[in-house]
Structure formats: C-alpha cells, structure tokens
Design a protein around this ligand. Structure first.
Ligand code: PEP
Length: 250
C-alpha cells in the first residue's frame, strides 16, 4: 500500500494571522479527512513554528517549500534542512517548477537539496514536469525522464525509498488547465516505469502525486487513477473547504 498524500503548497501567500486561521479551520474538521490520507500543509518559512504549535496534537503534517543546498554557513537568506527539521517539518518540496524557472535551480543543485533533506530526516517531495512547448512538441516523456535520471535515479535504494515524487505539468500550474486524468495517469505510469528500471519492485511503493490546478471538481477522477497517489495542491489549498474536499476525494 502506498501512502496517499494531499499536500497544500501555500507558496508566498498568507500573513501569519491568515495562515494560522486557515490551519485552525483544517483542524476543526480533521475528523473528516479519510484515515488513509496524510494531509500536509506547506506554509511559508515564517509560519512554520507557529503552525507546528497548532498541529502538534493532530495528524496533519508540516512541510516546507524549499531548503538550502548547503548544510549551514554564510548563505544569507537561505534556510537549511536541519533548521526545518528543528521546527518539526516532516516534508520539503524540492524542484518546484517555480524554483527551477525563477531561481535557476537545475539538477545538480536539486541533488544537493535532496541530499540535505534526507540527511536531516525530511521527506523530499520532488517535482518534475514539462513546459507547454515541450508537451506540444511531444517531448514530455523525454523531459521528465531526463529530470528523473539526473536526480532521483542517482540515489541509493535506501534513500530512494524515502522519496515522494510530484508530477506537475508546468502548463497546468496556476492556470486553471488540469491535465486530464488519462494524461496524468499516462505520465505517472511512465515515471513509475522509469523508476522501476533502476529500483525494481521498490518503485511500486513510491508515492507519486499529481499537481496542477487540482480542485474539488477534478480530484476524485485524478485520484482514482492507478498510479496517482494524491495531490500537490497550490491555489485550492488556501481555502480550507476546498482543501478538505480534495482530501475527501479519495
Ligand atoms: C503547485 O504550485 O504546486 C500547484 C499545483 O499549483 P496549483 O494547484 O495552483 O496549480
């Protein structure tokens, strides 16, 4: 049985007060979250410790949106994986397309981040996905295979077994355009097959999330696909009601 995860990436949204009230709304309805689903909230760094204080008696987990490629030192503005673990983060998103696109994060940097995260006991949620022009040119499988080969496939099996992968077609993020359930399933199966070529049966245990305009109206159909084990949710995770509805779509 693979872990089912619904993770809410708040990105650079909410003041501390707004973030805490969102978490309080989720906690109030925690009993509605299916037992098989691990809900994860992923607020901005500034909110992490305060959010943890609210979450600590509940079964909603905490994640961070990024971590530094280095362990510590003179890296102004960066936040180390060990610091995230010290405020009780369990997950960290690595390689989100916005980090790749706006901050030039490439595979060598992402490998360092994965190493730091694993070293600190965090579960990396590693994002892959093609741009619109790559999909239109029919190159999406190649692009995704390359992203996986340069990073996840370099891990040893023990480290690999701790990874969560998120397939996030860039053209579907924040655009309102969702990959159809068939398009998403096709890529998820391809990712799992690519992982299996190196890690064999372990790949059947890997949680692979879908991200890209996932919302209450399409979550059930996406999550019903064989290789889709949950969602990485952006916009819809900022409304407690929508985020809970997505978690209940399993
Ligand atoms: C994301 O940024 O990871 C994401 C999936 O965003 P949205 O749900 O808003 O498309």
């Amino acid at each position: 049985m693979r872990t089912k995860i619904v993770a809410g990436n708040w990105k650079m949204n909410t003041t501390l007060e707004q973030g805490l009230s969102l978490v309080k709304e989720l906690i109030a309805k925690e009993n509605e979250i299916p037992a098989c689903v691990q809900m994860v909230v992923v607020p901005p760094f500034t909110h992490l410790y305060s959010v943890y204080q609210l979450l600590k008696d509940y079964r909603i987990a905490l994640g961070a949106q990024n971590c530094a490629a280095q362990a510590k030192g003179a890296y102004t503005g960066e936040v180390a994986a060990e610091m995230l673990a010290s405020v009780w983060c369990q997950y960290v998103i690595i390689g989100h397309s916005e980090r790749r696109e706006y901050y030039g994060e490439d595979s060598p940097i992402l490998c360092q981040k994965i190493t730091q995260a694993l070293h600190s006991g965090l579960i990396p949620v590693f994002c892959v996905g093609e741009r619109l022009e790559e999909r239109e040119a029919g190159n999406h499988f190649e692009v995704i295979a390359q992203q996986v080969k340069e990073t996840v496939l370099l891990l040893n099996p023990v480290d690999f077994s701790k990874m969560v992968i998120a397939y996030e077609p860039v053209w579907a993020i924040g655009t309102g355009k969702t990959a159809s359930s068939a398009q998403a399933q096709e890529v998820h199966a391809f990712i799992r097959q690519t992982l299996a070529e190196v890690f064999g049966a372990l790949a059947a245990q890997t949680t692979i999330l879908y991200g890209g305009s996932c919302k209450p109206s399409n979550a059930a159909e996406l999550f019903a696909q064989d290789d889709i084990d949950g969602g990485l949710i952006g916009g819809a995770s900022l409304q407690a009601e929508d985020f809970l509805a997505i978690a209940k779509a399993f």
